[in-house]
Every structure is written in C-alpha cells, then in structure tokens.
Design a protein around this ligand. Structure first.
Ligand code: ADP
Ligand code: ASP
Ligand code: MG
Length: 418
C-alpha cells in the first residue's frame, strides 16, 4: 500500500462531469489499495472571478485588506473539496472535505502570497488511517487565526507540502496537458512531452514562466525529495504506470541535452533611466527602496558612458508593479540625478534552460544568432549556470519560441504514414 497525494487543477474540476472524472481517478487509486489524500483547486475561472470582486471594491493596499481578500479568494477551493467528497461518498468511498486550517497548514503573514511554515498532520493522518480519503482545499492556509493564500497556482505547493509532510510515495499533479513539455504546447505545437525532467531544470522553467507548476512547489519537491509526477486528468491510464513527467535528480538523467526546455513570460515590464549619475551607492539607492516596497526586480543592465560620469540603467519588474515602481522612483527626492525615465510593458522574456549548458559551450551565441536571423531585437540579456534569458518585444514571442525550439532540436518528430 502506498501513500499517494493527488492534485487536480482548475480545468480538471471545471464542472460536475469533470469532478466525476476526478472521482474516477481517486476511486482507481483506492481500489488499487493506496491511501489517498486529494488536493483540489477552485473550479476553472472561479478564483479570477473572486479576485475581480475584491478589486472592484478595494485597491487592496493595506495588509488588513489583503487578509480579507484571502478570506474571499480561498473560498473557491473549499467548494471543490466539498463537492468531490460528496461525489466520492455517493460511490461508497469514505471521504471528507478539509479546509487548510483544519489540516494545520500554517503560513507566514504575507497575505496573498504566503509561504507555508509548517503542517500539523495528526488529524489528517488519523482520518486517512481509518481508510478515509482526505479531500483538501488547496491554495489556502492559516496565519494567526486568519485564512491565508499561497499565490496564484498555489494548490501545486499545497499538494507537494502535504506529500512531504505525509512522507508520501508519490505526488501526482493532474492537469490539462500530458505532462511537462519542452515548451508550452499551447504555443509550440511541436513541443514534446518529457518523460523526466530534473528538479533544477523544472525550477528554472517554472520561475521563468512555465506555469504548469508553481515555482515554490518545485523548490519544496527538490528540498524534501518528493517524487512528483505531472500528468493529464483527461486520460484514464493508471498513474502507477507513470504516463506523465517525473521530476528526478539530475544524476538520473543519462543523456543531458544542451537545452531541455524553453519558457516564456509575459509578466515583465522594462524601466530605463538615462544619464544616471555614476557613483557608488546608486544601484543600492534605487533597488533598495523597490525591494522594501515588495517589488521583484528581475533583469538588470547598466551601460557606463565613455567618460565614466553617467550610466543608463535598464531593469525589469512585474507588469503589475510598473506604475508603482515609476511613482516610487520619481517621488524619491534622495535618488541621484538622472535625465529621463522610460518604460515599456509590451515586452516578454524568453529563456532557454538545460543542465547540459554546464558542459556545452556556445548555447548563448546560438540563441542570439537564431533571434537575429528572425530580425528579433534583444533588449536585455541575463544568464545563470543552466539558463539564458532575453527580453524582446512581446509581439515576437511565438516566432522566437518556435525558431529556438527548432534550432535546439526539440521539435517532436512527426509520425509519417506508411
Ligand atoms: P492547472 O489548472 O491544472 O493548475 P495550469 O493552467 O496552472 O493548470 O498549468 C497547465 C498549463 O501550463 C498548460 O495548459 C500549459 O498551457 C501551460 N504550460 C506552460 N509551459 C508548459 C510546459 N513547459 N509544459 C506543459 N505545460 C505548460
Ligand atoms: N485557484 C488558485 C488559482 O487559480 C490556486 C490554484 O489553482 O492552484 O491561482
Ligand atoms: Mg496551476
């Protein structure tokens, strides 16, 4: 008997028929003799609707309003967990719906994007020990008696954290595609499903925009060695046959490609300051206040003029933060002199990722040449050991992804008719 955590995302529980199909997956695991905890998302579109309601009534600037926001947006998951538990019960399977606070999912106090601090699983373990399927509302936890949420896509993190706490044999993340692909299959039709991907690569892919897993869930899986499988809820193949993509340690991947996957993010905005006074402390003076205001600065490039007296500074922040960042800079009287400030939210970041980059040179040059051939201008570049990212005009996203996908030999081989 294995302990399995199953997570079902929004499209997988979109309506009552989909919830019945999810109950089939749960039932199969129960019949196979597994002890099962299920983590569910809100029905597709529900969280967006709840967020819209909140934003229409309140700009959500204070931490108290963000706590009330969490109280609202967490409710979508509670509905799904109750409905699935009812559906299982009707089939004669013992099941109970659980809210985050009831399984002791404690978080820090950053409402809207809280981090899990610990999970007290005693009650959950006892119920599962009685043969009851636990149907848990994902995305939500509790802090100081108030409901908190884990940020968009947070049910993935709930599932992996619960799998770690239960020392589960596997955490199956059911979604609306067959697994993790070389690139978003909705944009690059020739994307290939990966049978395995290393935790490190998945972490880069997720943090560079591949929303198939929330970044924090991959971090937790890597740190706690949770065996995670990403698979489709639209298939009826047993998850024990491992039809999806497995997250594994790097050493378990025998043939390392130069590039394993390509990610993109539309959530970038560029800000440029021209002719900034060039002296020690300028960057600290700019990026310090942005960090204090909770804004994530991603890519940064600085060009010093020939005489060394001034510099142009370009950096990116999340699209939602752009106006606030500009307000903060223009309103900051202590900031060094600069000539002008420009911004552009019509940009996107494309990243090629692969552990093979550690041992293969020339990936960056090949990436830049491929983009140049397509006449795509690169605005900013940033790199890490296993990743190269470029900022480009957002109208070229699809062209860039497809060209790079082909260039790095990732295209699926088309099956030819005999
Ligand atoms: P869920 O509601 O199940 O959590 P998400 O919408 O959060 O599902 O994540 C699944 C989506 O992630 C897919 O529909 C796909 O468009 C997108 N995606 C982006 N990059 C990838 C990738 N590399 N592999 C698979 N899916 C990806
Ligand atoms: N319902 C939440 C969201 O839409 C959490 C999740 O689906 O993972 O972001
Ligand atoms: Mg998701």
């Amino acid at each position: 008997m294995a302990v399995i955590v199953q997570k079902f995302g929004g499209t997988s529980v979109a309506d009552l028929d989909r919830i019945r199909a999810v109950a089939d997956h749960v039932q199969r695991a129960v019949v196979d003799g597994h002890r099962v905890a299920v983590v569910v998302s809100a029905m597709s579109g529900v969280t967006n609707q709840l967020i819209d309601y909140c934003q229409a009534l309140n700009p959500l600037r204070s931490s108290e309003s963000r706590a009330n926001y969490d109280h609202v947006v967490a409710s979508g998951e509670q509905i799904t967990s109750g409905l699935l538990a009812l559906c299982l019960q009707e089939r004669g399977i013992k099941a109970r719906g659980w809210a985050g606070w009831q399984i002791g999912m404690h978080t820090d106090g950053h409402h809207g994007k809280a981090r899990i601090t610990d999970i007290h699983t005693d009650a959950l373990v006892a119920a599962m020990g009685q043969g009851e399927v636990a149907v848990i509302a994902g995305f939500q936890g509790v802090h100081a008696g108030r409901i908190s949420t884990l940020g968009r896509g947070g049910s993935d993190t709930s599932a992996v954290a619960i799998a770690a706490a239960l020392d589960a044999d596997r955490c199956d993340i059911y979604t609306d595609v067959e697994g993790v692909y070389t690139c978003d299959p909705r944009i690059v039709q020739r994307a290939r499903k990966l049978d395995r991907v290393s935790y490190e690569e998945m972490l880069e892919m997720a943090s560079q925009g591949s929303k198939v897993l929330q970044t924090r869930s991959v971090e937790l899986a890597m740190n706690y060695g949770v065996p995670v499988q990403v698979l489709s809820s639209f298939n009826t193949v047993s998850a024990d046959l491992l039809p999806g993509t497995l997250l594994v340690d790097e050493e378990e991947i025998v043939e390392q490609q130069r590039v394993t996957g390509i990610a993109y993010s539309r959530d970038e905005a560029r800000i440029t300051l021209t002719n900034v006074e060039n002296r020690p402390g300028v960057s600290a003076g700019l990026f310090g206040p942005l960090a204090e205001a909770g804004m994530n600065v991603d890519m940064i490039v600085q060009n010093v003029t020939e005489d060394g007296k001034s510099t142009d500074l370009t950096f990116t922040v999340g699209k939602a933060d752009m106006d606030r960042a500009i307000e903060l800079i223009t309103g900051n009287k202590t900031f060094p002199d600069y000539d002008s400030i420009h911004s552009d939210s019509r940009v996107a970041k494309i990243s090629v990722i692969g552990v093979g980059m550690r041992s293969h040179a020339g990936v960056a040059a090949e990436m830049f040449e491929t983009l140049a051939e397509k006449k795509i201008n690169i605005i900013v570049i940033s790199t890490s050991e296993i990743k190269i990212s470029v900022l480009i005009d957002e109208s070229y996203i699809e062209l860039a992804l497809r060209a790079l996908h082909t260039q790095f030999g990732l295209d699926a081989v088309e099956e030819t008719m005999a």
